[in-house]
Design a protein around this ligand. Structure first.
Ligand SMILES: *Cc1c(COP(=O)(O)O)cnc(C)c1O
Length: 426
């Protein structure tokens, strides 16, 4: 008999393109259909057929306290009872803005939006409005949401499905985007000199996590900061994934670099649809109604979203979540490295705090080109073997795994045992 998940997927495909509302959920190239979730709690997910999984996707990042954390659920319930949306300023928006400015080193003013995509899109418009320039520099394999001018050599779902560039993006838009290899500061210098006084901004994931996970070379971020300052371009950190996860103040706190603008999302919403962007007051004040750069949103600063986000962030701070996440990550890393060692598998394992990625290649991974050397067939076998044994990793090589503060020592040990079996089979 077909599983409930397969039946739902067949139904979904008739009415939703590809059966999913976001492409990576489709499990393409993995030799099996996606499962449908019934409920989730802590580190665990149950599908509609009653299978249980230890989850390392965490809703693609937001679920940093695990699923359905009582503080967040209670905050949403309490907020909902007072009204689910107003379109009128509410006190929670001020609390959220103050918290962000206090925690994220470079942010003096901030505006709330409804997704990471909206945040990066708004950063670009603001950077262009502020500088009076049109061109932007991005990096191959960095994903910044499905913004037209950023779907050039993009990571995540775009890459998983083999099309890092999208149909429907006018060539004239793409022409304003200069896409360079990550970690190549010489390429950045060359691009600045070839496009004198026309580059509005350099946007990047300070820790790229959408083509697998890899790291900025020593001084790369610092050099980017210097080049931007020298050429009058803005430095935009897309911290939609790293914000509030790798440290309280994100990657910028960790590396001690101040971008001009920062895009936030995922963790900030506690699982509700939220993004934010902020930066130097002088730049942010260019937004309407104080400035000429238009930006708006019917549901922006929504009370449920603000309540959920504030509850999640305050709880993280209260329990010193970043320390717990580092400990959990270090434990998983230790067990993974032991398995790779015992099995004599030449894989690359990357981790920073609670983010991790296993590449099926022996060569160092420092950018998109090297990430793509990972053996996709091996990954697919490994992914399926883990899932069959109750461990859910992201259904693509070009994604990052996430631990939450809810992952217990026992769950991590169980995961490592499953990984070991799956690696032996892959
Ligand atoms: C997820 C992600 C986005 C897009 O956020 P959405 O909420 O999916 O629109 C942008 N940038 C980075 C780095 C991301 O990981």
């Amino acid at each position: 008999m077909a599983s409930q998940s397969s039946q739902l997927f067949a139904q979904a495909q008739k009415r939703i393109p590809g059966g999913v509302n976001s492409p990576v959920r489709a499990f393409r190239g993995l030799g099996r259909d996606p499962f449908f979730v019934d409920r989730a709690e802590g580190a665990k997910i149950w599908d509609v057929d009653g299978n249980e999984y230890i989850d390392y996707v965490g809703s693609w990042g937001p679920a940093i306290l695990g699923h359905a954390p009582p503080v967040v659920v209670e905050a949403v319930r309490a907020a909902a009872s007072r009204g689910v949306s107003f379109g009128i300023p509410n006190p929670l928006e001020v609390e959220m803005a103050e918290l962000i400015c206090a925690w994220v080193p470079s942010i003096e003013k901030v505006r709330m939006v409804n997704s990471g995509t909206e945040a990066t899109m708004s950063c670009l418009r603001l950077a262009r409005g502020f500088t009076g320039r049109d061109k932007i520099i991005k990096f191959e394999g960095c994903y910044h949401g499905h913004v037209d001018s950023l779907l050039v050599q993009a990571g995540s779902g775009a890459l998983t499905h083999g099309r890092p560039d999208s149909a429907g993006v006018p060539a004239d838009f793409a022409a304003l985007t200069i896409s360079l290899p990550f970690n190549d500061i010489e390429a950045v210098r060359t691009a600045f000199s070839a496009n004198a006084n026309s580059i509005a901004a350099v946007i990047l994931e300070p820790i790229p996590a959408n083509a697998g996970l890899y790291f900025p070379r020593e001084n790369f971020l610092e050099s980017l900061r210097n080049e931007c300052t020298k050429h009058g371009a803005l430095l935009i950190f897309d911290e939609v994934m790293t914000g509030f996860r790798v440290a309280r103040g994100g990657a910028q706190e960790l590396f001690g670099i101040r971008p001009d603008l920062t895009a936030l999302g995922k963790v900030i919403g506690g699982g509700l649809p939220v993004g934010a962007f902020g930066g130097r007051a002088e730049i942010m004040d260019q937004l309407s109604p104080t400035g000429p750069v238009y930006q708006a949103g019917t549901l922006s600063g929504n009370p449920l979203a603000m309540a959920a986000g504030l509850a999640q962030l305050r709880e993280l701070d209260r329990i010193d979540g970043w320390k717990l996440l580092e400990n959990a990550g270090a434990h998983l890393e230790e067990l993974t490295r032991a398995a790779l060692n015992d099995l004599k598998l030449p894989c690359v394992f990357h981790r920073i705090g609670s983010m991790f990625c296993l590449f099926f290649t022996a060569d160092p991974v420092v950018d998109l080109a090297s990430a793509k050397r990972s053996d996709a067939a091996k990954f697919a076998r490994y992914f399926r073997a883990c899932l069959e044994r109750g461990v859910y990793f992201a259904p693509s090589q070009f994604e990052t795994g996430f631990l939450s503060t809810a992952h217990t020592t026992d769950e991590i040990k169980r995961t490592a045992a499953v990984m070991r079996e799956a690696l032996a089979l892959s």
